[in-house]
Ligand binder design. Structure first.
Ligand SMILES: *[C@@H]1O[C@H](CO)[C@@H](O)[C@H](O)[C@H]1NC(C)=O
Ligand SMILES: *[C@@H]1O[C@H](CO)[C@@H](O)[C@H](O)[C@H]1NC(C)=O
Ligand SMILES: *[C@@H]1O[C@H](CO)[C@@H](O)[C@H](O)[C@H]1NC(C)=O
Ligand SMILES: *[C@@H]1O[C@H](CO)[C@@H](O)[C@H](O)[C@H]1NC(C)=O
Ligand SMILES: *[C@@H]1O[C@H](CO)[C@@H](O)[C@H](O)[C@H]1NC(C)=O
Ligand SMILES: *[C@@H]1O[C@H](CO)[C@@H](O)[C@H](O)[C@H]1NC(C)=O
Length: 489
């Protein structure tokens, strides 16, 4: 019976592969960030991507460990240059070297299609630090691609935040869209260059952030269910922010003579924790609406048809800065351990026979650390100051982003809060016994302290062998641990 099923799945898999090639349709794109204390093994992640029919991957760097994992998969890859390398790439010599080292040596085994030059370098919060160096870097990278003979298949672009354009507050409709005044002339040059090179404009659009930043934002307008009071503009009723924002960009492009420039959504998604509006119910509602739109090739009122996009993101990343907000570490469609958080129809296919296609396939072969957790020892002498200090230490090096108002573990009492912080620190330190002490305030337990809706995680076995420093630290830790065992005997 089992064997029959397997054969059935295999042939179904082969068939859908043929069909997808025939229709030349590429699956959905995802952003794969790796700012995790315990990254998953890239080849296991790539297997998962294939099983879920993901067709495109956007990376935030060109880490050879990740890039080579995409070899011979056919998945379209976007590699990227972090902002702190833009200055160096203002030299053509360096740009040529970058392209040689991080792009052309992987091609064609890795199907690289795009190079992201910087990441949202014109964000207002960067105070103009990258304003003067992004465009020269873009031109140098494209020139290096052109001279290497790949310019017609691999395009350089600058992934931008939607804050590079807007409509005036007195006329907040998409048709009034224009580039931000402080970078207007620069943006005009960039979009004309992209147009000339037949490169896409890559933009990140986040209805969640609009909701987060503005208490008066009508929540229905963040989703795609058509329940919001429409925004009327030139004969069009906009009922969701995504369409209105996208069309604001279309209008801005039209006004400077490049109305047909290709637009790709570089990031779009919804976080599941760390804020009152960041939860699985809303994330599912958002993705369901978005993916239905993609499946129907609906596009927006000004750009009907297919829109290429990359969902943000693949995994929760517990090492990301939380200066934007606690939700920043909870954008994953998958958890830190590679398990899907909720079912979504990522293949645009709710009717595959034999399985519910909207059940995502998890990352396989993930090993967990032993079944133990660290918690507050309630027999400990309760020195309030010491407890507070230890907790804030644990949180600063661990991750306490789910304890706050509206988050999944907000219901914990005082000492459970402390336990949560201690455990997170302990797990992120690979369950090093010395990381569960806190001056005698903490103890180990084999009883899972998780409760409904609030997960006390158990970390996975770190696979960060690609990173020299992490590997060295782990070896050192193991040595210390062995020494401590010997000493104890
Ligand atoms: C989705 O389903 C349709 C038929 O319902 C099928 O033709 C297509 O190949 C499927 N796509 C994927 C990616 O499985
Ligand atoms: C990319 O290329 C440059 C050499 O030009 C190198 O410094 C860098 O480490 C390479 N790798 C990544 C991930 O950027
Ligand atoms: C930008 O300026 C503000 C205010 O002067 C400052 O607080 C912030 O740290 C600056 N950010 C960067 C990235 O330089
Ligand atoms: C960028 O260039 C302009 C004009 O040359 C100059 O006024 C400005 O100070 C430069 N900005 C930075 C951050 O270097
Ligand atoms: C737009 O919505 C308003 C209010 O719901 C409605 O009166 C109007 O007919 C709609 N216009 C179009 C063009 O759909
Ligand atoms: C637990 O910690 C969170 C975040 O610091 C805080 O908002 C909450 O009030 C704490 N709960 C208790 C009962 O102290």
């Amino acid at each position: 019976m089992k064997i029959l099923f397997l054969v059935f799945f295999l042939s179904l898999g082969d068939l859908s592969f043929l069909l997808s090639v025939e229709s030349s349709e590429v699956g959905i794109g995802v952003n794969w960030g790796t700012m995790m204390s315990h990254p998953l093994l890239p080849i296991a992640v790539v297997e998962m991507l294939k099983a879920n029919g993901v067709g495109r991957v956007k990376l935030f760097d060109a880490d050879p460990w990740t890039v080579t994992a995409m070899k011979d998969t056919g998945i379209e890859v976007m590699v990227a240059i972090p902002n702190d390398q833009l200055m160096m790439l203002n030299s053509y010599k360096h740009a040529r070297e970058w392209v040689r080292m991080n792009v052309t040596r992987f091609v064609p085994a890795v199907n690289i299609k795009l190079v992201g030059v910087g990441n949202e370098p014109f964000l207002e919060s960067y105070n103009g630090s990258f304003t003067n160096i992004s465009f020269p870097a873009l031109k140098n990278i494209q020139k290096a691609l052109d001279e290497a003979g790949f310019g017609h298949v691999i395009k350089a672009t600058i992934p931008l935040n939607a804050d590079v354009y807007n409509s005036p507050t007195e006329n907040p409709v998409p048709s009034a869209g224009s580039f931000r005044p402080d970078i207007y002339r620069l943006m005009v040059k960039i979009v004309k260059y992209l147009h000339l090179k037949q490169s896409p404009f890559v933009v990140n659009i986040y209805p969640f952030l609009s909701l987060y930043q503005n208490a008066d934002f009508p929540i229905d307008y963040a989703f795609f269910d058509g329940n919001a009071v429409p925004l009327y503009d030139n004969g069009i009723n906009y009922t969701n922010m995504f369409d209105a924002n996208f069309d604001t960009l279309v209008s801005a492009l039209k006004k400077v003579g490049v109305g047909d420039l290709k637009i790709i959504i570089g990031e779009v998604g919804w976080p599941t924790d760390g804020d009152k509006n960041a939860n699985i119910r809303y994330a599912k509602q958002f993705y369901d609406g978005l993916l239905k739109k993609i499946k129907k090739h609906q596009g927006t009122p000004l750009r009907p048809g297919n829109i290429q996009m990359y969902l943000f993101g693949l995994f929760d990343e517990n090492m990301k800065s939380i200066s934007p907000g606690n939700f920043e570490r909870h954008w994953g469609i998958f958890r830190y351990d590679g398990k899907p958080k909720f079912p979504i129809d990522i293949q645009g296919n709710d009717t595959i026979v034999g399985r519910h296609s909207n059940e995502l396939v998890p990352v396989k072969g993930v090993d967990f650390l032993p079944e133990q957790w660290c918690e507050f020892d309630d027999r400990a002498r309760k020195d309030v100051d010491q407890v507070a200090q230890s907790t804030s230490y644990a949180c600063s090096l661990g991750d306490c982003t789910v304890l706050g108002y509206g988050s999944s573990c907000n219901g914990l009492d005082n000492f459970e809060n402390v336990s949560y912080a201690f455990n997170m620190y302990f797990q992120m330190q690979d369950q090093d016994v010395r990381a569960c002490d806190f001056g005698g305030l903490a103890k180990l337990t084999n009883k899972n302290p998780s409760r409904k809706g609030c997960l006390f995680p158990r970390q996975i076995v770190s696979t960060a062998v690609g990173d020299q420093t992490i590997a060295t630290v782990s070896v050192l830790k193991i040595l210390l641990f062995l020494i401590s065992l010997v000493m104890a005997n």
